[in-house]
Each structure stands twice: as structure tokens, then as C-alpha cells.
Ligand binder design. Structure first.
Ligand code: SF4
Ligand code: SF4
Ligand SMILES: [Zn+2]
Ligand SMILES: [Zn+2]
Length: 691
């Protein structure tokens, strides 16, 4: 049934015609504090009667979405009703009135699951877990907490206190055990949980009042985990003028809302839910939905423009995904348009099958496709049969060869399931090193569990970022405690690079639990040299972070002058491990490599000449309802532009899993879609066609 959306605009801003750059005209008077441009202002337009999406939901121009977070009695769509349901317990939103929170917990003394509750110790302003163990008696365990306590936990000295919209930013906690705001794996409602250490691993446990007790492993190595939490710098402050205001119950206020801390590092747009494979481990469950959800070209352009309009850091890297994005009838036209809208990095998440055709690969490269984020589970064809339902290795290798010929790059994406293909971590790393001219990265992806799964299966198949670091270290001879870091560790690089050319740069400010790995230099002989073995990255990035802050504070245009550039060089020299470093790489090699990684004009250079190629080997551990943490999702940097606004990845594909609700806004019955395709006039797909 169509679900009319008639909620009137609840903000006082007026509709402003957007200029081509997305900025509102001068009289708006609302300046973004960072980029000093006029941020666009929005109002929900009254939809025209015939201005509907395929599902019948009124189409609202995406650039103009600006609304209040859905509140009680205010839900108008199926998605909004689901979001309100998720809040039926919401202990954190009630403040200390949400306590005590009762549940079952593992007794640290006798290893039994026992009753207990989170309580607030007013005198100490602290949260305790009070366990009532039949064997060990009643006792309290003090927790690190940023959800209820009034005092501000220790934070980086540059940590901002709030988002641009005034929502408090809690720092990433660096001690365990800690309280966590999480989701029930069954009903997705917001509940409280406990992060704790057992057998040198980090675990989460929680109890839903309706669905009982759950436990899952967060990281198999507590030392690595805690070092990760201490490797980051300050948080970001979210977007200026977010599309949703007044939110306080993350993740039920997406998006993007006033609570969100990060901006987009790699933005996503789903081009279709159709796929030419039917993989059992697919997030998108393409082909299983029974309908086609495929935005028209014009809607995709709106979604792209929405991302470019975000202040103070417009998205500059876009990934088209799905389903299989190459199946969209306007695929090449969309790639071209993304380049024209100013995205400097355009990539697709693909199974790579269609790009095994050289002609198609050539047309994609010519349209401006830079990188294939290609599903690649291993080098053994039996794995594809098991995980993807078909033998695919030969075609994937043909696609890599086509990328080599057409100048595109490949990031290999193995989905790792413990006991199924975790033995492929090393072989894939070696394969990537041997093909480092075309393969720039491996993004290992520990599988996320989106459906029901038994406790035994979960324990058997869960692969964590700690497991990945151990496997990579064994494969590459990397030092476990020196060479691995979370993605937010490199955020100062973006800050300093912004001072060089004055253009906003993407900020990898996700939570330290989200992405973890390392960078290698690859020698012409295909040997791997971990970059942290050559540079003390903590020293380097701390130095660059402080330097960037000084430039922002003291230079009127926030641009580095020649003195600052000398300071930068000095920071590189000081962080070089002069005594122990591999002398094949020096500070200048690194600076050339960095320039190549961030500037497509320079590219990654020729191996062995002034620079070595670099290879990123990292994992992003997407969340599911078992391991959900709202402190992570608030910092998410993988943001989807959708017809309902901007949503973080781990709200669309995991956790609350909003994907089906959003897809239904575009859904078309399969028969109807087929008929429409038969009538369709082919759209231009190449430069020649477009001309
Ligand atoms: S995930 Fe981000 S956008 Fe969504 S409710 Fe949380 S803070 Fe807001
Ligand atoms: S996609 Fe998930 S795992 Fe990745 S940054 Fe966002 S919240 Fe973290
Ligand atoms: Zn006990
Ligand atoms: Zn539940």
C-alpha cells in the first residue's frame, strides 16, 4: 500500500534554489564553519500528486530532505514504525532512570551464567555490574562507561565536545570491561551489554528482556584490541546541517542525523538489487526479494548530489554497489556523471563477471571507473562453488587482466568465514603482491551474520580482526604489535593533505573496532615491507596532526606555507626508524608513495623508480546484531545515499538492517520491471554515444 508522507516541515529553514555546486545563495546567511561556504538549506516540498516512487511513496527530492527525527505517534512509514519499535526499552535514552538494567552475565569467578544488573554508583559517578552468583555470592565489577556517567572520560586533547548540531561526542573508551549500547539479535531493540575479557579475547554479552541471553566474540586478541582503541586521535564533528535533526536514539534516527560524528569516507549507492549470482553470504540478498529495486538515472544523480552537498567534507569517493551494479541499464552513464559531479574516486563493488569482457571493461574505464572492489574469496575454485554457488576463478582472473590493460585498479574483497576460507589470507596476500601493478589493496571482510544463527555456528564461524592480524602477520612476517593499526590512526594524513591544496579531504574517522590492518611497500621483487617497520607511525601521525591543527589555527586561508612544508618534511625525517629501517625505503620514497596514493595524476608510479608500490591489507568488520555497538555506528564512514536520506552501512546491511524497508520504496514487481525494460530506449553508454 502506498504510504503518503505528509508530515509538514518541522524546521524553520526555507527552500533555497541550489546553485550547481550545491551551495545556497548568499542571502541564506548560514556559513559552514570549516569550508566557509554557504551550506544548502532544505525543506520538504509538498509532493505533486503524480510525483511518486514506484512503490507509491511520494518522491521527495533528496537534496531537500530535512526533517525531525521520528517521534512517538509520528511514524508514517513501515520503516519509521520499525524504528520506533526498536526504542521500546532504550535504556540509555532514559539516562540513569534506565537503570538498573537486569540480565544474565558470565561470572568472572566461576564461569557460570548468573543473574545481575547494571547499577549507578552515585558517589563515584560510575557504573557497576552487580552480579548475584549462587556460587560466588553478590559482588560488583566496575565498568568503564560513557553512556551514563557525568564525568568526561579521558580523551585526546583535541577531542571536540559535540557535533556541529550540538550532540555530545563521547570518546572511544580504552579500558575493559565497559558498558555498551547494543541491539537484541532477535528483535533489534536497543539494549545494554557488557564488553569483557575472557581467555585473552574480547567478548560482548547482553540480555533482551524478551529474547534472552546472547554472547559473541568481538576480537580474539585483547592486547591488539586495546592498542587499537588507543591509536586514534580526535573525532570529527559530523555534518553541518544534517538532514535529520533532534535525534537522540541512534541508530533509529538515520539519516544523516545530528548525532553522527563522521562524514563519508567511501560513499555508497545501490544501483540495483538484481545480481547475476545468488550467493548464500550476500548482504543484499539480491534475487531473493521477489521485486526489482533499481533507482532511475535521475534519482541516482540526486543521490550523488546529496553526497557532494555535505559540509564540511563533501564525499569525494563513491562506490556503486547492489546487487551487481554493472547490471544497471545506465551503468556507464552513471559512472561518467559521478566524475562530472566532482567525485575524484569512482569504484564499484562487483563480482567482476561482466568486466571479464574486454570491450565492456574498456568502456567502463573510458567512462571514468577507477577501481573494482571485487569479490574474491580465494585462489581455490572449490571455495567459489561453496560460497557463491559457481566456479568463478577463471573469469575473475580475466577481469584482473582487463583492469591491467585498461588502467583500472583492483581491491580484492574476500569474505572470510572461519573454517571455510580463513586459510586464504596468506595466499591472497602473496597473489596481490605479485600483481601489485594492478591490485592496490585487499579488503578482508569477516563475514557478518544477518539472519538467525545458532550459538555453536556463531562461535565456529566468527572471524575477527584479531584473527586477521595474526594471519597477516604469519603470512607477511609483519610484527603483530608494531605493524597493525586501526583506520582512524591515519586520519591526520587527511588533515595535513587538506592544508596542502585547500580542498576538503575525506576523514577516516571510524571507530577503532571497525577497520584494522596495515600498509606494505612492495619491492620490484614482490617482497612486502610493512610501512610501520620503516616509520614510527604514532610519532609521524601525531606530528602531522599537531602541525595541521597549527596551520588551521594560524594561517588565514588554512593553507600550508613554505615553513609548514619544511616542518612536514622534518616530521617525516624524525619518524623514520634510522636504526632499524629497511634502507630500500626512505622518507622521500614514502612521500612519493603518499602523493601517488592520493593524487590520480601521479598515480602509483613505476615500481622501483623513486617509489615503491603500496598495498593495503586490512579488514573492515561490518557489524551485525550480535556485536552491535552504537558508539561504532555513530562514527561510521561508509555512508549510503538512499531515497530516504543518508544511512550508515551497518544500519542498511547489518544491525537494524533497513535495506528491505528502503528497497521497498523503489520496488517494482518483477513482471512489471521486465515489461518496462522491453519498452526502454537504450541510453547512451560511451563517450561517442553521448557526444
Ligand atoms: S547511525 Fe548516525 S545517522 Fe543513524 S541515528 Fe546513529 S548517529 Fe544518526
Ligand atoms: S561500515 Fe560498519 S564496520 Fe565499517 S565503519 Fe561503518 S560502522 Fe564501522
Ligand atoms: Zn560465580
Ligand atoms: Zn529482543
Amino acid at each position: 500500500m502506498p504510504e503518503p508522507r505528509t508530515r509538514p516541515p518541522t524546521n524553520s529553514l526555507q527552500t533555497q534554489p541550489l546553485t550547481p555546486s550545491g551551495s545556497a545563495p548568499e542571502q541564506d546567511g548560514t556559513l559552514c564553519p570549516i569550508c566557509r561556504e554557504h551550506a544548502p538549506s532544505f525543506v520538504i516540498p509538498t509532493p505533486a500528486a503524480d510525483d511518486e516512487q514506484r512503490s507509491g511513496v511520494p518522491h521527495r527530492p533528496l537534496q531537500e530532505i530535512h526533517r525531525q527525527a521520528v517521534g512517538d505517534g509520528d511514524a508514517q512509514t513501515e520503516l519509521e514504525r520499525f524504528k520506533l519499535e526498536m526504542r521500546r526499552y532504550a535504556p540509555v535514552q532514559k539516562g540513569i532512570k534506565g537503570l538498573p538494567w537486569r540480565g544474565s552475565w558470565l561470572c568472572g569467578r566461576c564461569d557460570e551464567i548468573v543473574p545481575g544488573q547494571f547499577v549507578y554508583d552515585e558517589a563515584a559517578d560510575a557504573i557497576d555490574l552487580e552480579l548475584a552468583c549462587p556460587t560466588c555470592g553478590t559482588y560488583r565489577e566496575r565498568h568503564q562507561d560513557a553512556l551514563f556517567v557525568k564525568q568526561r572520560p579521558p580523551a585526546h586533547h583535541r577531542q571536540p565536545g559535540e557535533t556541529y548540531s550540538g550532540f555530545p561526542i563521547r570518546p572511544i573508551l580504552t579500558e575493559l570491561p565497559r558498558t555498551v549500547e547494543t541491539l537484541c539479535p532477535e528483535c533489534s531493540s536497543l539494549i545494554l551489554g557488557r564488553y569483557f575479557v575472557k581467555d585473552r579475547a574480547v567478548w560482548i554479552e547482553k540480555t533482551c528482556p524478551e529474547h534472552g541471553y546472547f554472547r559473541d566474540k568481538i576480537n580474539s586478541d585483547v592486547e591488539l584490541y586495546l592498542r587499537g582503541t588507543r591509536s586514534g586521535f580526535q573525532d570529527e564533528r559530523g555534518v553541518f546541517q544534517p538532514q535529520v535533526e533532534g535525534g537522540s536514539a541512534c541508530p533509529t534516527d538515520c539519516g544523516l542525523c545530528n548525532q553522527h560524528h563522521s562524514t563519508s569516507c567511501l560513499a555508497q549507492i545501490d544501483l540495483t538489487n538484481r545480481c547475476n549470482l545468488a550467493c548464500p553470504v550476500c548482504f543484499a540478498s539480491a534475487n531473493q526479494a521477489g521485486y526489482v529495486a533499481e533507482p532511475d538515472y535521475e534519482v541516482v544523480v540526486e543521490m550523488l548530489q546529496t553526497l557532494r552537498n555535505q559540509h564540511p567534507h563533501p564525499a569525494t569517493a563513491i562506490q556503486f554497489t547492489g546487487g551487481e551494479p554493472t547490471l544497471h541499464p545506465d551503468f556507464l552513464r552513471i559512472i561518467r556523471q559521478a566524475n562530472e559531479l566532482g567525485f575524484s574516486h569512482v569504484q564499484i563493488a562487483t563480482n567482476g563477471l561482466l568486466l571479464a569482457d574486454l570491450d565492456f571493461a574498456q568502456r567502463a574505464a573510458e567512462a571514468g571507473l577507477h577501481t573494482l572492489y571485487m569479490q574474491f574469496d580465494g585462489l581455490d575454485d572449490g571455495l567459489y562453488q561453496e560460497l557463491r554457488g559457481r566456479k568463478l576463478l577463471e573469469r575473475k582472473l580475466a577481469t584482473i587482466e582487463n583492469c591491467r590493460r585498461t588502467g583500472m585498479k583492483v581491491c580484492l574483497v574476500p569474505t572470510l568465514v572461519k573454517g571455510v576460507n580463513d586459510n586464504q589470507v596468506g595466499p591472497l596476500l602473496r597473489f596481490a603482491a605479485e600483481n601489485a601493478d594492478v591490485i592496490s589493496a585487499i579488503a578482508y571482510q569477516p563475514v557478518a551474520f544477518t539472519g538467525r544463527i545458532s550459538r555453536e555456528d556463531l562461535a565456529q564461524k566468527r572471524y575477527t580482526l584479531g584473527d586477521l592480524a595474526h594471519d597477516l602477520s604469519a603470512a607477511a612476517g609483519a610484527d603483530l604489535h608494531r605493524d597493525f593499526f586501526p583506520l582512524n590512526h591515519i586520519a591526520p594524513l587527511s588533515r595535513i593533505m587538506q592544508t596542502l591544496d585547500g580542498k576538503p579531504k575525506i576523514r577516516p574517522s571510524c571507530h577503532s573496532d571497525c577497520a584494522f590492518g596495515t600498509y606494505f611497500f612492495v619491492t620490484p621483487e614482490h617482497e612486502l615491507i610493512p610501512i610501520p617497520g620503516v616509520f614510527d607511525t604514532m610519532r609521524l601521525f601525531s606530528g602531522l596532526n599537531e602541525l595541521a591543527a597549527r596551520i588551521e589555527r594560524t594561517r588565514p586561508d588554512q593553507r600550508a606555507n613554505w615553513r609548514d612544508r619544511i616542518s612536514m618534511l622534518w616530521t617525516f625525517l624524525r619518524s623514520y626508524r634510522w636504526r632499524s629501517a629497511d634502507r630500500r625505503v626512505n622518507p622521500l620514497t614514502f612521500m612519493h608513495a603518499l602523493r601517488g596514493m592520493t593524487n590520480k595524476r601521479h598515480g602509483r608510479g613505476s615500481a622501483g623508480r623513486r617509489t615503491y608500490r603500496t598495498l593495503m591489507a586490512a579488514g573492515m568488520h561490518f557489524m551485525d546484531r550480535y556485536n552491535y555497538d552504537t558508539e561504532r555506528i555513530r562514527r561510521c564512514v561508509i555512508l549510503y545515499s538512499t531515497v530516504d536520506g543518508v544511512y550508515p552501512f551497518c544500519t542498511i546491511n547489518g544491525g537494524p538492517t533497513y535495506r528491505p524497508f528502503i528497497e521497498k520504496m523503489l520496488a517494482q514487481p518483477i513482471a512489471e520491471w521486465r515489461a518496462a525494460q522491453a519498452d526502454r530506449t537504450p541510453t547512451p553508454t560511451t563517450a561517442a554515444d553521448n557526444a
